[in-house]
Write a protein that binds this ligand. Structure first.
Ligand code: SF4
Length: 190
């Protein structure tokens, strides 16, 4: 709990910093508009330089860590009639439960419950084991070990059209294993 609390504090700090930066950006924008209006800066030259700066900025931030958080939908309020009707128990011998290898962020609802685990190196993505599966996926039968508290995405996800899981769902042809290979976050982090 201490670690979770400290991590959440750090992320709130991160969000506050993000908001401060956003405010600074707004001020800069206002200044630029004033410089253009008073003829000190040409709009065309500014656009050229900004376009170049944007490309550089995207390259620079692409390598930065980000905090991801999942949907705000109440997972317990989902209407079961709208959920995908898939007989996972019958299909797992074919698909090997590989949907549980996919990466997705937990919601604040999941975090508040404190049952489903997340990657400390990539907050708040669901935690994977060394086998590439979610740590809650039971190795023997690939069933879900936290079924009652499973995240919103696990309840609404529909694998039937996902080429990472099925080459042809109707003919029960699973996709090749490598189609669902997920890079291990912890291994990647220094
Ligand atoms: S929480 Fe359960 S259903 Fe969701 S990915 Fe993990 S094992 Fe699969």
């Amino acid at each position: 709990m201490d670690l979770t609390e400290s991590s959440r504090f750090l992320h709130q700090m991160g969000m506050q910093t993000k908001l401060d930066v956003s405010d600074a950006n707004a001020r800069l924008h206002g200044l630029i508009e004033e410089l253009i209006a008073s003829g000190v800066v040409s709009m065309r030259k500014l656009e050229e330089r900004t376009a170049k700066a944007r490309v550089e900025e995207r390259e620079r931030t692409a390598k930065q860590a980000v905090v991801t958080i999942g949907s705000t939908v109440d997972k317990y309020a989902l209407d079961s009639a709208t959920l995908p009707q898939i007989d996972c128990a019958a299909l797992i011998p074919l698909c090997k439960g590989r949907c549980c290898k996919l990466v997705f962020p937990l919601s604040f609802q999941d975090l508040d419950e404190g049952v489903v685990r997340w990657e400390y190196g990539a907050p708040y993505q669901i935690r994977h084991g060394d086998d590439g599966y979610c740590v809650h996926s039971k190795p023997e039968a690939r069933g879900c070990g936290v079924y009652a508290q499973r995240p919103h995405i696990c309840r609404t996800y529909d694998c039937r059209k996902d080429a990472r899981i099925w080459t042809d769902f109707d003919n029960r042809i699973p996709a090749p294993d490598e189609a669902t290979t997920v890079v291990q976050i912890r291994k990647r982090s220094p």
